[in-house]
Design a protein around this ligand. Structure first.
Ligand code: GDP
Ligand code: ZN
Length: 336
């Protein structure tokens, strides 16, 4: 969805009680689907439910409250409460529900940046995955750090794939770094990048996201998956999003391993808007509604010919809009 469509406020459609005694504000730190954990100002964590319905524009939400949401709750007893209001979000990241076109699933809200953990090998990086992820963060201009983990396993060719992708994504611009949980390379650098910020961390299962979070914040002891999780078909190591505090300042939101990323709820023009360097170049396209395919005098295509826009990004762009027009679905564990 585009920024404009998402400006709708979230309100519970139930009449709120005029008497707001026992009302507190807090931050949602864990969502399980049936209840939410909310940290209130004194540091205590309350178990909360919602009553009433929440919608985001025309889209149905499979989970109306996101980790990161600031909420007003009404206490029911010392440890439980009801979420009565969600304060306006500065941003959010949402995924389309894999087979339900008009349903979206909120991954996180009110974040300063996102870390996308990938690896060139084990599991092999699937072409288009990074661009698909950016489709979720670009509507709000959320800065993304692409972390290429398992660097200890990269041979010379893998290293040059990393260097190439780093140059492609730095041109947008997004950052790209290499890490290895095994050798510790890049971990201190990544930790510095997270200081004082709220960062959503996402990735396909098996890339080492849990291992990386354990290395960033010793003591969390997130469960590390085994080889059977690599396929993307295996069980998730993380089922629900959860926020953790970093000792040196800052917060991270761990999200469930990504299996599919489809965008059937988008229009072609939304894709063009969310490929930021295309959007910048498109001011010089002859047609305002140019899709940068076969239209004459297309500034995006000439930027590609002149080497100013990456051909890889263009190929991935064409793949996504083709998918939208044909209403196909894209999954990590099936070949395109
Ligand atoms: P997640 O599914 O993304 O949370 O991945 P896990 O943290 O569960 O890790 C999946 C597998 O990759 C485990 O066997 C880890 O030990 C391994 N792994 C994680 N990071 C690295 C790394 O930097 N190098 C190597 N060689 N293996 C790693
Ligand atoms: Zn164009």
């Amino acid at each position: 969805m585009s920024k404009d469509e998402s400006s709708g406020k979230f309100r519970i459609t139930e009449k709120t009680n005029a008497c707001m005694t026992n009302s507190l504000e807090g931050t949602v730190i864990r969502s399980t689907g049936s209840f939410y954990e909310v940290r209130i100002e004194d540091g205590n964590v309350l178990t909360c439910r919602i009553v009433g319905k929440l919608r985001l524009g025309d889209l149905k939400l499979t989970n109306p409250v996101a980790v990161g949401d600031r909420v007003r709750i009404q206490l029911e007893n010392e440890t439980e409460g009801q979420i009565k209001e969600i304060f306006p979000r500065k941003n959010y990241v949402a995924r389309q529900s894999p087979r339900k076109k008009h349903q979206v699933h909120l991954l996180a809200s009110n974040i300063d940046q996102a870390v996308l953990v990938v690896t060139v090998v084990e599991p092999k990086l699937k072409q288009g995955f990074i661009d698909r992820f950016l489709m979720m963060t670009e509507p709000y201009d959320i800065p993304v750090i692409i972390v290429f983990n398992k660097a200890d396993l990269y041979n010379e060719e893998d290293q040059s794939i990393f260097q190439y992708l780093k140059s492609v994504y730095e041109a947008i611009p997004h950052q790209a770094i290499r890490t290895s949980v095994l050798t510790g390379a890049g971990i201190a650098e990544l930790l510095r990048m997270l200081q004082g910020k709220c960062t959503m961390i996402a990735g396909q299962s098996g890339v080492g996201k849990s291992s990386l979070i354990n290395a960033l914040q010793p003591g969390l002891e997130l469960r590390v998956g085994d080889i059977s999780d690599y396929s993307g078909k295996g069980q998730h190591t993380t089922t629900f999003a959860e926020m953790f505090e970093l000792e040196g300042g800052g917060r991270i939101i761990d999200t469930p391993g990504i299996k599919t990323l489809s965008f059937n709820q988008y229009e072609v023009v939304d894709v063009a808007h969310n490929f930021k360097e295309f959007f910048r170049a498109s001011v010089d396209c002859k047609f305002d509604n140019c899709t940068h395919r076969s239209e004459p005098k297309c500034a995006v295509k000439s930027a590609i010919e002149q080497g100013q826009i990456s051909e890889l990004r263009y190929a991935n762009y064409l793949q996504i809009i083709d998918e939208i027009e044909n209403q196909n679905y894209w999954e990590l564990n099936t070949e395109i």
